[in-house]
Design a protein around this ligand. Structure first.
Ligand code: GRF
Length: 208
């Protein structure tokens, strides 16, 4: 490990386009941010293949190989902590993390979510937004807490799509925003410019 490195782990369950954006725009760059570990709850996902292509160590922690979810999360936390990371990035990681995991990386886990939180938390945010008839969609990057998509918000960006009809169309427009916003948030954290407000732990103080 070299001095000044900001070591991150990424958890992903699927395609891994957000992981790819991190690898392409941050990994090994001038900010000192290095992806040192990528883990998944599924062994055969493209995200792991993307990590391997970039030469990043990978591991899969399938739930059915452990007695329960806390046991799986403990094993995954051990593996990640063994890589001495400062931040865990959830980039399309589709399992809820138990306290076992959260307690190991306090205020050091971030997530990207395709809605303007606190609107539309959960696993079908774009379908829910369409069903509610909204005309403004968006992306949120937030710290993780024990709730579902409830942690302190770091960055958000809105997108007006007044004629949106299908979630596939909306997601296609939101993905490029995710691919900018998630790396931007990681950059801010690595630079010490995104801190939880001690006076109001719901808020994140951002430095320009
Ligand atoms: C993204 O839309 C992200 O917001 C959500 O899961 C999706 C992951 O996409 N949490 P990818 O695997 O990064 O392509």
């Amino acid at each position: 490990m070299s001095a000044g490195e900001f070591r991150i782990a990424v958890l992903a369950s699927g395609t891994g386009s957000n992981l790819q954006a991190i690898l392409d725009t941050l990994h090994g760059g001038p900010e000192g941010i290095v992806v040192v570990a990528v883990a998944s709850n599924k062994p055969d996902v493209p995200a792991l293949e993307r990590a391997r292509r970039a030469g990043v160590p990978t591991a899969a922690f399938a739930l059915d190989e452990y007695p329960d979810r806390p046991a799986r999360d403990a094993a995954m936390a051990d593996w990640i902590a063994g890589h001495d990371v400062r931040l865990v990035v959830l980039a399309g990681y589709m399992h809820l993390l138990t306290r076992t995991f959260l307690g190991r990386f306090q205020h050091a886990i971030v997530n990207v979510h395709p809605s303007l939180l606190p609107a539309f938390p959960g696993i079908h945010p774009v379908d829910d937004a369409l069903a509610a008839g909204v005309r403004v969609f968006g992306v949120t990057v937030h710290f993780i807490d024990e709730g579902v998509d409830t942690g302190p918000i770091i960055l958000q960006r809105a997108l007006e799509l007044p004629h949106a009809r299908s979630s596939a169309d909306v997601l296609e427009r939101l993905h490029p925003i995710e691919h900018e916003l998630l790396p931007d948030a990681i950059r801010l954290i690595a630079a010490g410019k995104a801190q939880i407000d001690p006076a109001n732990p719901r808020r994140v103080l951002l430095e320009p």
